[in-house]
Each structure stands twice: as C-alpha cells, then as structure tokens.
Ligand binder design. Structure first.
Ligand code: UDP
Ligand code: MG
Length: 319
C-alpha cells in the first residue's frame, strides 16, 4: 500500500504538537491512508521537540528532528522532505490552519496521476489588519515578480516522490518552496481550502520577518529588480536631458542663477536612484555570497530514534 508522508514544520508550537498529531493520525486512520508524520522543530525555544518525542512514543508512525537554531520555515520544509520515505508527501502547517479534511482529496488526485497538488486558499481566514496589509502587499509584489498568482497559493501541497527528489537535488540554498513547486512543473492539480483559525499560540510572522521573507524570496526567484535599476537609470537620464535643455535655455537667456533649484532636484533624484540601485544590487550580492559559502540549509541537532541517520547530510551523532 502506498505511504503518505506529512511534513509539519513547527516553531514554538508546544501547544499544538500533541493535538495536531492526534487529530491527523485519527483522521488518516479513519480514511484508511497509510501514513507517517514528520515534525521538524525549527529551533524552538519552548518544549516543541520534547512534545514531538512524546508523540513519537505514543505513535511509531511519528518521527521528528530538531534544528540547532531557528533556520526558518523553508529550511523546516526541506529537512522534513529529506526525512520522508512516503510515495507522496504533503506539507502543511502544524497549527491545523490547513484543514486535514482536504487530504483525502489530494490523495485521490495523486492516485489518479497528479504529481503536484497545490492547495489554494479560497479565503485567507482571520488575520490582523497589519498582517493582512503586509501579506497582501507581499503577494502582490511576488506575483508580479514571479509572474504567477501567489495570492492564493500556500505551502500546503502534495508532492509525488519524484518531485520531492527533484526538489531535494536542487543545489540552491535560498529556496522558496511555494514557487519552486510551480517552477519544477510536472502534472499539477489544484484543490481549494478555507484557511482555519489557529487553535493555540499565535502567528510566528512579525511584520519585519514578513518583509525580510518578501525581499529574500523576490531576489532569489527573480532578477526583475536588477532590470528595474536599468529602467530607473534610463528614466533619470531622460529627465536630466529635459532639465539640461531647460537650464541651457535659461543660461542663454541670462537667468542662470535661478537654476539652483534644478541642481538640488537633480542631486536628489539621481542620488535617490543610485542608492536604490545599489541597495538592489547589494541584495543580489548578499544572495550570491550566501550561495557561494555553500553552507547547509539547516543543522539538525536531534532526531527521534526511528529516523534513519544516513538521510541526514549534516547529522553525525554518535559517529
Ligand atoms: N514556522 C517555522 N519556522 C518559523 C516560523 C514558522 O517552522 O521560523 C512554522 C509554524 O510553526 C507553523 C507554520 O510555519 O507550523 C506557519 O507559521 P504561522 O502559523 O506562524 O504562520 P501563519 O499561519 O500566520 O501564516
Ligand atoms: Mg498559521
């Protein structure tokens, strides 16, 4: 029988682990789907990993790992993918905001031959206004840059083993899981779901972390901002030609001193363009720098006893 692996990145989710493990395992047993649950504690500062170990003692189909520090949800997802052994893998949040009720639908589509099943939000659920605005802006920018509608897409998706292996073989370190599953292609289907309310704890995204996420992902997935620099350069050159002609005419007509305003304006405009451009280029250099260093996406400090050690590139416990 085919095995379904579920990857659940968890950061400071001690209140959620036991409940999520229970809800998911009961649900999947009822649906008669062979499963394993893979929890990754993303450098949690609370007892998340202890909760994972406890859940594993209760249910041998649960396994997990802990990072040595917080590496971010992307890293959590990829570590989770690496630990899975299933024929299909579902990635979902461990706060049950991604409804388990959709899993059988995804599973069925996979059995019918789909290799990627995207979970698409039919509504965004309850969020604070600031979060809504910043997330809204984030998705608008991302959709433009990547050229696909990111607003409704999420990290909730099912991937066939073949797709998982392709994703794991990608050499890049700055990953953007949500967009990568589009990028790799394969036979894709879509299921719609309503975002549920978070049961315990609160959202782990601050406004700042969301901004950082936006910039990192935009620069790791698109070179458009770099081309923007060229466009801005052209615009400011055109603008200075116009201003230049005006200044020259004024000079000829003998009222040149008034041009002081123009000088200030030009300085500001060109200075602004230069700084923005340098900033954008700086971001790309930072990305290149990170890739070139070739450090692992994450460092695993602990795994539950039922994890096969050899799958872990960075884990050398007891050797
Ligand atoms: N998460 C993670 N590492 C982080 C931040 C979040 O693994 O640095 C996990 C978190 O535990 C949850 C999922 O990512 O399972 C989504 O996070 P959250 O619910 O805080 O985001 P939201 O649902 O508000 O977008
Ligand atoms: Mg959530």
């Amino acid at each position: 029988m085919a095995l379904l692996s579920i990857v659940l990145p968890s950061y400071n989710e001690e209140q959620n682990i036991a409940n999520t493990a229970k809800v998911l395992s009961e649900f999947l047993e009822r649906e008669q789907i062979e499963y394993e649950l893979v929890f990754i504690s993303d450098g949690s500062k609370d007892r998340t990993y202890e909760e994972i170990v406890k859940a594993r003692e209760k249910n041998p189909r649960i396994k997990g790992a802990a990072f040595s520090r917080n590496f971010g949800k992307e890293a959590g997802i990829f570590a989770g993918l690496e630990l899975t052994t299933g024929d299909a893998v579902i990635v979902m949040d461990c706060d049950l905001q991604h409804p388990p009720a959709v899993i059988p639908q995804m599973w069925k589509l996979w059995q019918e031959g789909a290799q990627v099943v995207e979970g698409v939000k039919s509504s965004r659920g309850k969020e604070s206004l600031a979060h809504k605005l910043s997330a809204g802006l984030f998705y608008k920018i991302m959709s433009k840059l990547i050229g696909m509608d990111m607003n409704a897409s999420s990290d909730f998706k099912l991937l066939d083993r073949q797709v998982v292996d392709v994703l794991l073989s990608l050499p890049e370190r700055n990953t953007f899981f949500r967009a990568l599953s589009f990028w790799v292609g394969f036979r894709t289907e879509v299921v719609y779901y309503e975002v549920q309310e978070r049961q315990f704890g609160e959202s782990k995204w601050s406004l700042f972390s969301l901004m950082k996420y936006a910039v990192t992902n935009a620069t790791s997935f698109s070179t458009m901002p770099l081309q923007l620099v060229t466009v801005m350069g052209f615009l400011s050159i055109m603008f200075s030609v116009v201003l230049g002609i005006q200044t020259f005419v004024k000079y000829l007509s003998g009222t040149a001193v008034e041009g002081f305003t123009t000088v200030i304006l030009l300085l500001l405009i060109i200075g602004g363009c230069l700084m923005i451009s340098l900033g954008i280029i700086g971001h790309y250099i930072a990305r290149i720098y990170e890739e070139v260093k070739g450090r692992p996406k994450y460092i695993i400090s602990d795994v539950t006893d039922n994890v096969q050690g050899q799958v872990l590139g960075t884990w050398r416990k007891g050797q």
